[in-house]
Each structure stands twice: as structure tokens, then as C-alpha cells.
Design a protein around this ligand. Structure first.
Ligand code: UD1
Length: 418
């Protein structure tokens, strides 16, 4: 079993570089299916989730070559299957991102109900409904779905709920559809205009990405070329919280602070001392006070930064209320923070109240999911004593080479395999 051993309570210092955005790389790789040409992707994060995506695409027949760390050559010309390997789909919810591009290029896709982080019910009804609006016919066989369409036809799609991956999937499918598609109540996360930029650069006609209304004029084919993945805004925010939680002066580089403005606003209200540059953020030791947050779709406070912020609030003076309306099972890790010495009361599955500050103590914990897992690393680094974190696959799913990067800023962390 692999685990992290962390001796906490040390100040960190130096520079930590943010990796490419997981939630863009996991969409751009599937987007390469929309063209038969070879594509070169840069600033790709070396994370487990992306390896699962690569394995899934290779299983379909794609040729994917790692040229060097972070640089990949992708050719989907020889894809010869339309069924996603069920065991890979179960490991990676984002494998559903292959549905839109596969449907657009081959007119068919079969996939099992996807897995991923257990942070709520995570239905896929809106994907299925959206593809059907574009003209696909669906059949269900046990726990898998087949979608078929001789030709996708542009349509007006109103999303009853704002969803990042549904918006992106329908946007990709619509690029090769006949006619115009309008997506209303679209998600606006920075990865969406970035994905639209990739598609437009290669011949798509998308306007409105980054606003609630997307207009996609279908084109006959797309080309491919070189593209850089934007920096990961969730990793950026997580490292800012890490600096503040450990009372450290940390310089977080290769990031875009504009993508986490709402988070920086809340942090500044807590009293956090931050120096914010164009592509860096420096944290300074700060006396924090509790500030409430409610997670919200972009440009609100991201649900993916809710857990590290909650951990940070255990070190702030006074009370703070964390409200997580987006996912219904995304606060249960707070029980683990309590086992480490936090004082967090769960009001209901969507709300917790934190009374701070409390000294955290190292202990044996198990990572429940990706973001909560990384939050336990933050908690362990600020705690007194030694922690052992198990189920670290969940952390490696989304954070590149995290042990070495943390060691480079002075963290006492190592991975052991027993
Ligand atoms: C994406 C991100 C994830 C982030 C989340 C919210 C990726 C790979 N993952 O996940 O890191 O936490 O956005 O910012 O980009 N929903 C439905 N039916 C559907 C689909 C979603 O009801 O068919 C609901 C979900 O249960 C949830 C809400 O919509 O309550 C928003 O989730 P969504 O934006 O879809 O999250 P993901 O795209 O899965």
C-alpha cells in the first residue's frame, strides 16, 4: 500500500510552479478526436486521471506519444472502436468527455455509467438529454448506454442546471453538427473559453464561450495543431491556502490569478496578506479571521476549493460557515479534520460551521476523494506531529508529482510503499 508520511508544523518557503489545468487537459485530449490531423499539446499535467484518459483513448485506437514531460503528440486518425472500455470509464468520470467528440466524428458511442470522485449522486441525465436534442438516439443495456446519430443536427439546448462537463461535451459535439446550436445557461469556467479557443483555432465557429450563452455554428471538419494548456486554477488556490495555513512565505508561479479572483477576495477578507502579480501570488504569514463562503459556479467560489478553504478556516479566529450547494456529499471529509483536532459542526450535508482556531494533530487518515485528499495533505503539513495518509491514488489523480514539489519548498513529506 502506498501512503504519504508527513511531519507537520514546519514553515515552508520558496517557489512552487502551478501545473497545467487538469480540467482542461481532460477535455482537450478528447477534443483531438474531432480532427484526423496530428495534434501537439503542451503544459499537460502528469496526473493519474490523464493517464486513464490516455489509456481509454489508446484502447479506442488513438496513438498518443509523450515527447517529453508535459508535451504530447496525439493522433486519433486510426480510432476503430466506439465502445469505451468499461473498467476505465468506471475509474474516470471525465471519460464521458469522449462521448461528444466520438458521436460527432463516428456517429456512435457506447459507455458505461462513469465513476470518479464520490462527492454526490453525479447523474449523467443532462449529457444524455443534450445529445438527444442534437438528434442522437439512445438505447440502454443494463448499466451502459449507446448513442447513435447518422448526423448531429444543431439545436437550441437550455440547461436546467449549470454543468461544466455537459456544456463542454455539447459544445464539442455541436462543432461538427449540421446547422447552429445555442446552449443557454452554459457554464462559464475558464476552461470553457480555453477549450473553445482550441476548437476555434482549428476551424470551429464558437462564440460566447465564457458567457451563459454559447453559439456554435457547425463546420464540416476541424484541423489540429499545437496548443498550450492553461494553468490549473484549483492547484493555484490550493497552494495559496497551503502558504497561509503553514504561515509561510510562498511564491506560487506560472498561474493566472484572474481565474481565482473570487477566492482571493474572500481570502483578503480573512486578513490574508497576499501579493498578487500578473502570473504569480505570494503568501505572507497572516492573522486570519473566519469568513463565510458559499460555493457557486464560475465566477463564484469554486466547489473544488471548498475543502482546502475549510481546512484553512480551522486556523482562523472565530466562526465561519461553509455552504456547499453544488454537490450533496462534499463535506463529509470534515469529520476527518475533526479527528485531527478541528472543531467543525455539520449542520446538514450542505453546511458546516467551523470554530477556530484549533491546533491540528497528526494522525492516520484515509483520503476520501481528490480535493479532500489534498486538503488532508494541507492539514497534515500544518498539524503538530506525524500524519500518515492512505489511499493516495485519489491525490495523484489530480496533482502532478506532489511529493517532490512539496519537498522542494521545505515540506517534510515522503511516499512509502508497504
Ligand atoms: C466539473 C469538474 C469538477 C468540478 C465541477 C464543478 C471536470 C472534469 N470536473 O465536474 O472538478 O467540481 O465541474 O465545478 O471538469 N449534474 C446533473 N446531471 C448531469 C450532470 C451534472 O444533475 O448530467 C449536476 C451535478 O450532480 C452537480 C451539478 O450538476 O450537482 C454541477 O456538476 P458539473 O458542473 O456537471 O460537474 P462536473 O462537470 O462533473
Amino acid at each position: 500500500m502506498e501512503k504519504y508520511i508527513i511531519n507537520g508544523g514546519k514553515k515552508l518557503s520558496g517557489e512552487i510552479k502551478v501545473a497545467g489545468a487538469k480540467n482542461l487537459a481532460l477535455k482537450v485530449f478528447p477534443a483531438t478526436i474531432l480532427s484526423q490531423e496530428t495534434c501537439f499539446l503542451n503544459n499537460v499535467p502528469e496526473i493519474e486521471d490523464l493517464q486513464r484518459m490516455i489509456e481509454t483513448m489508446e484502447d479506442l485506437g488513438a496513438k498518443i506519444e509523450k515527447l517529453k514531460n508535459g508535451k504530447y503528440k496525439v493522433s486519433t486518425k486510426d480510432i476503430n472502436k466506439t465502445e469505451l472500455k468499461p473498467d476505465l470509464v468506471k475509474k474516470l468520470r471525465a471519460s464521458i468527455m469522449l462521448a461528444g467528440p466520438m458521436l460527432a466524428r463516428f456517429g456512435e458511442i457506447t459507455l458505461a455509467h462513469p465513476g470518479g470522485c464520490i462527492i454526490g449522486q453525479r447523474p449523467i441525465d443532462l449529457f444524455l438529454e443534450g445529445f438527444q436534442k442534437l438528434g442522437a438516439k439512445m438505447t440502454e443495456n443494463g448499466s451502459s448506454y449507446t448513442l447513435k446519430a447518422d448526423k448531429l443536427i444543431g439545436a437550441k439546448i437550455i440547461l436546467p442546471k449549470i454543468s461544466v462537463t455537459v456544456t463542454e461535451n455539447l459544445m464539442m459535439a455541436a462543432t461538427l453538427a449540421q446547422g447552429t446550436t445555442i446552449i443557454k445557461n452554459a457554464a462559464m469556467e475558464p476552461e470553457i473559453p480555453a477549450l473553445a479557443e482550441y476548437l476555434n483555432k482549428h476551424g470551429a465557429k464558437i462564440t460566447g464561450a465564457g458567457t451563459p450563452e454559447l453559439i456554435i455554428e457547425g463546420v464540416k471538419k476541424l484541423s489540429a495543431g499545437e496548443f498550450d494548456i492553461i494553468p490549473d486554477r484549483i492547484e493555484t488556490g490550493t497552494f495559496v491556502m497551503l502558504g497561509l495555513m503553514t504561515q509561510s512565505e510562498l511564491k506560487i508561479t506560472n498561474c493566472n490569478p484572474q481565474h481565482i479572483e473570487t477566492v482571493l477576495y474572500s481570502l483578503e477578507k480573512t486578513g490574508a496578506k497576499l501579493k498578487i502579480g500578473k502570473d504569480y501570488i505570494i503568501t505572507k504569514p497572516s492573522n486570519l479571521k473566519g469568513v463565510n463562503i458559499t460555493t457557486h459556479e464560475y465566477p463564484g467560489f469554486p466547489t473544488d476549493l471548498q475543502a482546502p478553504y475549510t481546512a484553512l478556516m480551522t486556523q482562523a479566529e472565530g466562526m465561519s460557515l461553509i455552504h456547499e450547494p453544488i454537490f450533496e456529499a462534499r463535506l463529509f471529509y470534515t469529520d476527518i479534520l475533526n479527528q485531527m483536532g478541528a472543531n467543525i459542526i455539520m449542520c446538514d450535508p450542505h453546511r458546516v460551521v467551523i470554530n477556530g482556531p484549533t491546533q491540528l494533530h497528526g494522525r492516520l487518515v484515509v483520503s476520501p476523494d481528490l480535493r479532500a485528499g489534498m486538503t488532508l495533505v494541507l492539514a497534515a503539513l500544518s498539524a503538530k506531529g506525524t500524519s500518515s495518509i492512505e489511499n493516495i491514488y485519489q491525490i495523484n489523480r489530480g496533482y502532478e508529482n506532489i511529493v517532490e514539489r512539496l519537498q522542494n519548498i521545505g515540506a517534510d513529506i515522503k511516499q512509502i510503499n508497504e
